[in-house]
Design a protein. Structure first.
Length: 562
């Protein structure tokens, strides 16, 4: 399936399983659809099965968003507790679309629990309570990790009842945006087709302990954390010179910030020296670097911050300025961490390499212990001559038999989806898109043009929140805006939160609102909000025994994050 075909299905509001091999453009298409939804004012929840994957899309883990947490089962008592959780209820009630990335690492029972909670909180028998669900990933990547030693057999998400009942349309992307005329592509296809054998090992043996071609220094990929940490610490210590430390800064509610830290490859303390081997851990919006770009620290900027100056192996030199990782909840930023987007790159685990693109890698698959681990490691490299293979065991070229069986089914389903699209005319498809926005999502769909009864053009009313913005720019208080417009102060606060969520307002437009409270009162509420796990109002209200109104607390909350 082509990307534009998958995009059309997404816009029709179908439940979708978006898949394809590494380099087929899954993340690009997700971001394109997210942008489309936001442009049409449709709220979308962006989640992933792991924290690292979630940060790639500026999302949150599905475990946190959905309320399943670390549960292995879901009882009636659990559901009763969730219905009293305002932020979990809000997640389901306000969002029309749910994206779950890296679906290969989500267990069958976890997807079923998300479905159960959605139906319960939304009071609907429809799959996932009627929310459009988009599952994205490649089951040839790493499988679910289980903390339960008794759960020996892998239970994949596609085996869940929620998957079978969800009527998921499969979009199997086959466009390839990486090198396809390279022996590595044939090796990866052998693994995906389950035909990897001696003929597959022949080209791999040509890279046995051979240095990668090109100038880029190889990143070492290992199965275990212990090997990685020891190598990076030892290599940094071996470099003469003064160590420079860059410390992470945070903003937001304490528990949310801690969750974001754990979900991110950024380090709380990044220790660097001249000559340190590093890699970027984030994609640059301007395309200067990608997640996995290798470079060397060649200096530090002459400024109080002294940001690292790096040189890529393509001889490009630039300053690595800090980047932000955010957690957004219904368009409102709840936590931000800021750090230089680098980490030491002499070595990294195969698990943490998922999602990276490397020009050169030294890979040890002698202790590969999971089906799919070899595929993940090998597919990080652009070309075969960028590989230095240290060891290879039999597990490294294996994939789970269930995956091989279902991959054929996925391809057949994707072909059926393509045929379905071919039978629709362009007019029908466009109409489907409009109906989905209007009826299912309640977005700003274009309505059929009515016959003109008069030549007089009716002026479009200014949206209420934009009227509030103009009054804020004139330094009016919330109280005066509410009085002048004949609405409550709570409504005006709603407008400001919406403007923040849409990134249509700068903090200097509402800084004057601080004076609505005495400084000591403002500071007291601010301190409690900073200690709050999720910024909920009621616990803060109760903390002060009702001394401050909910409007007071909401006002201060505007200044806590972003």
């Amino acid at each position: 399936m082509q990307q534009d075909e998958a995009f059309n299905l997404l816009k029709m509001g179908k439940n979708i399983f978006l898949t394809g091999e590494a380099g087929s453009g899954k993340t690009y298409l997700l971001n394109k659809y997210i942008q489309y939804l936001r442009e049409n004012h449709v709220k979308v929840a962006v989640t992933a099965s792991t924290g690292i994957a979630a940060t790639h899309l500026q999302g949150v883990t599905i475990h946190s968003w959905s309320g399943i947490g670390v549960r292995e089962t879901l009882t009636g008592n659990d559901l009763e507790k969730l219905i009293t959780s305002s932020h979990i209820k809000r997640n389901y009630k306000q969002n029309k679309v749910l994206i779950i990335d890296e679906i290969s690492m989500l267990h069958k029972h976890q997807l079923d629990m998300v479905d159960t909670i959605a139906r319960y909180l939304l009071g609907s028998d429809k799959p996932f309570g009627g929310i459009q669900v988009i599952l994205c990933g490649d089951f040839f990547q790493l499988p679910p990790i289980s903390s339960n030693a008794l759960m020996q057999e892998k239970q994949f998400a596609f085996e869940a009842s929620a998957w079978k009942n969800g009527n998921f349309h499969v979009c199997y992307l086959h466009e390839q945006h990486r090198q396809v005329d390279d022996p590595l592509y044939d090796i990866l296809n052998d693994i995906r087709s389950g035909t990897a054998g001696e003929h597959t090992k022949v080209p791999l043996r040509t890279r046995y302990k051979k240095e990668p071609h090109g100038a880029t220094k190889a990143t070492k990929l290992y199965s275990c954390n212990m090997n990685v940490d020891l190598i990076n610490e030892r290599e940094l210590a071996s470099i003469d010179g003064q160590e420079k430390i860059f410390r992470m800064t945070t903003l937001g509610y304490s528990a949310t910030v801690e969750g974001l830290k754990k979900s991110c490859l950024a380090l709380e303390e990044l220790k660097l020296k001249l000559g340190a081997e590093v890699m970027f851990i984030k994609n640059d919006v301007l395309g200067k670097y990608v997640n996995g770009t290798r470079c060397v620290v060649v200096g530090f900027e002459k400024s109080p911050q002294g940001w690292p100056i790096i040189k890529t192996y393509d001889n490009e030199i630039f300053i690595a300025y800090p980047e932000e990782w955010k957690y957004e909840d219904n368009g409102i930023v709840r936590a931000i961490i800021t750090q230089v987007p680098l980490r030491l790159a002499w070595a990294i685990t195969i698990h943490k390499s998922q999602g990276m693109t490397l020009d050169a890698a030294e890979i040890d698959l002698g202790d590969a212990f999971e089906p799919g681990m070899g595929y993940v490691a090998l597919s990080r490299v652009r070309r075969l001559n960028g590989l230095k293979l240290m060891n290879l065991n039999e597990m490294a070229l294996k994939v789970h038999p269930k995956i091989l069986q279902h991959d054929k089914i996925f391809k057949e389903c994707s072909a059926a989806s393509v045929q379905y699209l071919k039978e629709l005319s362009e007019d029908n498809m466009a109409q489907f898109h409009k109906q989905t926005l209007a009826e299912r999502f309640g977005g700003c769909a274009v309505k059929p043009i009515a016959k003109k009864k008069t030549k007089k053009k009716k002026e479009k009313p200014i949206p209420s929140h934009l009227m509030t913005l103009e009054m804020l720019k004139k330094n009016q208080s919330i109280e005066s805006i509410a009085a002048e417009r004949g609405v409550s102060m709570g409504t005006i606060l709603n407008h400001i939160e919406k403007l923040k969520g849409l990134k249509m307002i700068e903090s200097n437009y509402f800084n004057h609102l601080r004076c609505m409270l005495e400084k000591e009162d403002f500071d007291a509420i601010f301190a409690e909000l900073n200690l709050s796990e999720d910024g909920r109002l009621t616990p803060i209200y109760n903390k002060f025994d009702g001394k401050y109104t909910y409007e007071n607390i909401r006002l201060v909350r505007l200044f806590v994050v972003g």
